[in-house]
Design a protein around this ligand. Structure first.
Ligand code: HEC
Length: 443
């Protein structure tokens, strides 16, 4: 859906900027850098919850140019920035979880940029801001030099902030992320989880980060000198832990292979829909699990996700080979905003290579990969619970004698079923699904 909306909006932006360019006379531009053509700025605006409203962009031209675009329900935005001269100052105005929010961000070139409380803090710090009103004035009145100062300051300030907030960021796996450029998911994990748990306030030239649940001050610093802020480790929030490594599972199938020729090596590239990513961090997290006749195959190297186009490339090799039918399950992270809309069809197979030897010498000419099913572990887990546990257990907040509640007991399930429980045996998958259901249930 979003991909359909996007060219239209883009074309409109293009027309508008051509008109603007025509009106401004065109000739005699003294801008030191080339204007961008066909360029797009896209990203996600979020403050824990997705921010819905409008994104405004202003540039380094003289006189300055401005453009804007609506922000979608899920926080995503696409803005045509043709004719705008980077660096660009970005402002998102709207509501997140029912509260009015304005957040700033900054882009040194078109492409992707995120807008969130950390980008906001960094722009404030880099621009010598004292209060939110100063940011407002900066947006309405600036010149190339003032944006260039921000561009120059940001790398150092970002590094300072990462260092000063390391213990807090690390809790959310975000200690090495650049908040302007790192892929962002509205899924209560990573940076998004941090913004759920901590409020970042800017006033009187200082920043204060507050633990939302306890009210404790986690960090305070003078905006101009984030590096020497004070971190209160006793006040750090406790992140919610989610069942790794994903909240959705996609099944991939092979079809149309020549009969009698098993695939021994497969390389495929899948474009994930917007708002969907995979956790590809470490070998410990199994993103891609060979299944069906490919069970036991090797996924190597680690699947890699391109942050520019959200394409995932994965390679599979199998000594015995595998045939038509299911061969892989892919564990994905779908942003909360997309959970109800994303389907298996939204995943596009971009390219597939099939070989009948693991050294990639004998190509198989026919055969395609299909995305066949997208399921959500927590919903699968609910079915397992209702079908197999609900008769003897509850999900209430207190245990009843002889009828224990399973609320908040996700962690006990694996051991309980190591060798069956009450005559019930569960597969690893069912255990994971149950854990996903039980750990999400109390939220
Ligand atoms: C026939 C009844 C019955 C069924 C069905 C059953 N359980 Fe139990 N379960 C019990 C009883 C009774 C206990 C408490 C005694 C014990 O620990 O074995 C228990 C204990 C547990 C515990 C430990 C709870 C604690 O507080 O220590 C877990 C975890 C658990 N069950 C999970 C499950 C899951 C998951 C399912 C479904 C897949 C399930 N059980 C199905 C009867 C059942």
């Amino acid at each position: 859906m979003k991909f359909f909306q996007h060219p239209g909006r883009y074309a409109l932006g293009l027309v508008l900027s051509l008109l603007l360019a025509a009106c401004s006379g065109g000739s005699g531009s003294t801008s030191p850098t080339a204007q961008t053509t066909g360029a797009l700025l896209e990203g996600i605006a979020a403050a824990g919850a997705p921010l819905t409203g409008t994104v405004y962009i202003t540039d380094s031209s003289y006189p300055t140019r401005k453009t804007s675009a609506p922000i979608n329900q899920d926080g995503t935005f696409f803005v045509a920035v043709d004719g705008l001269t980077p660096p660009l100052l970005v402002k998102a105005v709207g509501t997140a979880s029912g509260s009015a929010v304005t957040l700033y961000s900054f882009a040194t070139s078109p492409g992707s940029v995120q807008v969130n409380p950390l980008t906001d803090l960094l722009v404030a710090g880099a621009s010598g801001t004292q209060n939110r009103a100063d940011l407002f004035s900066l947006y309405s009145s600036h010149n190339r030099a003032s944006l260039q100062i921000i561009a120059n300051q940001l790398p150092r300030l970002t590094a300072d902030l990462q260092k000063a907030l390391q213990p807090l960021l690390a809790l959310y796996g975000a200690d090495t992320l650049n908040p302007f450029t790192a892929a962002y998911q509205v899924n209560h994990q990573g940076l998004d989880g941090l913004f759920d748990d901590a409020a970042i306030n800017i006033a009187n030239g200082s920043v204060t980060i507050i633990n939302r649940s306890s009210g404790a001050v986690v960090f305070s610093a003078v905006l101009e000198n984030l590096a020497s802020g004070t971190l209160n480790s006793a006040g750090l929030p406790t992140p919610v832990t989610y069942t790794k490594p994903g909240n959705a599972r996609l099944t991939l199938q092979l079809t149309g292979l020549p009969s009698g020729i098993p695939v021994k090596r497969l390389k495929t590239t899948i474009r994930l829909p917007l708002g969907v990513t995979v956790d590809q961090g470490t070998a410990a997290v199994n993103t891609a699990i060979p299944s069906g006749s490919a069970s036991g195959a090797t996924v190597y190297p680690l699947p890699s996700l391109s942050t520019t186009n959200n394409e995932l490339t994965l390679e599979l090799s199998s000594l015995n080979g595998f045939v038509d039918g299911e061969f892989l399950t892919l564990r994905c992270i779908v942003s909360y905003a997309n959970l109800s809309t994303v389907t298996a069809d939204a995943f596009k197979i971009v390219k597939t290579e099939l070989y009948d030897d693991i050294y990639k010498q004998q190509k198989i000419s026919t055969g395609t990969v299909l995305t066949s099913m997208l399921v959500f572990p927590d919903m699968e887990g609910k079915k397992v619970y209702e079908g197999r546990c609900g008769g003897c257990h509850t999900l209430s907040s207190n245990d009843t004698v002889g009828r224990p509640s399973l609320l908040n007991k996700a962690a006990l399930v694996r051991d309980k079923f190591a060798s069956g429980h009450r005559g019930i045996y569960l597969t690893t998958q069912q255990i994971e699904d149950l854990q996903a259901f039980l750990s999400g249930y109390s939220k």
